[in-house]
Design a protein around this ligand. Structure first.
Ligand code: SAM
Length: 203
């Protein structure tokens, strides 16, 4: 648990979701875990507009006291977030965020490490379709995320940035609802889209 005084003492830790999109994961998780504090961050303000307004309503109208949404890119996370996160999530990243976690970009990973408490957990979930996402995959130069690639290439790069990969795996379609992503519709029923997860611990 973090002792940073900027945030309410909700007791069970601070969770940061980077590339939060429309904030659904953050909102629903915050509802279920009122003693954790959630921060949803995205480089793009558009998808955040609705949810940012909703959290400030009265509690019976959907307001939530344990959530904050911020506009920031992973490349430029506010200093105030340094060392506060017990958990960092990156779910279904795209663009430069995808490039950072899927290629093990050291500077980008160090930015994620900076916001973690020691021993904090980083959870990454990547769902790519080699055909439909081909242009983005090629543009970013992302390699197929086989176990071999994760162990041989990503593990040492994550280590260099201060993360120890403790788990990696493929997530079955039946488990996807737990990711609480608005991307679920796009993902569901598409057998080609393999969902890979990586869990790492801040060293
Ligand atoms: C496919 S959406 C996934 C949204 C959400 N995590 C979900 O599971 O529904 C990817 C998000 O990553 C954000 N993103 C891309 N590059 C980013 C960066 N460098 N920093 C922060 N967010 C970024 C995009 O704006 C977009 O909202």
């Amino acid at each position: 648990m973090s002792s940073n005084s900027l945030f309410p003492h909700t007791g069970e830790g601070i969770v940061i979701d980077i590339g939060t999109g429309d904030g659904r994961f953050v909102y629903e998780s915050a509802q279920e875990n009122p003693r954790k504090f959630y921060i949803g961050i995205d480089a793009n303000t558009r998808p955040l507009e609705k949810i940012s307004e909703k959290i400030y309503r009265r509690p019976d109208k959907g307001g939530l006291p344990n959530v904050l949404f911020l506009q920031a890119a992973v490349e430029d996370l506010p200093e105030e977030l340094s060392g506060v996160a017990d958990e960092v999530h990156v779910h279904f990243p795209w663009g430069s965020l995808l490039g950072i976690v899927a290629k093990g970009d050291e500077i980008g990973l160090r930015n994620l490490r900076r916001i973690c408490v020691p021993d904090g957990v980083l959870e990454i979930v990547i769902g790519l379709d080699p055909e439909r996402d081909r242009s983005e995959i090629e543009r970013l130069g992302v390699e197929p995320l086989s176990y071999e690639f994760i162990d041989r290439e990503l593990r040492p790069r994550y280590q260099a940035a201060g993360f120890e990969i403790s788990e990696r795996g493929v997530s079955a379609q039946s488990e996807w609802p737990q990711f609480r992503t608005s991307w679920a519709k796009k993902l569901r029923g598409n057998e080609a889209r393999e969902v890979i997860f990586i869990i790492a611990r801040a060293t």
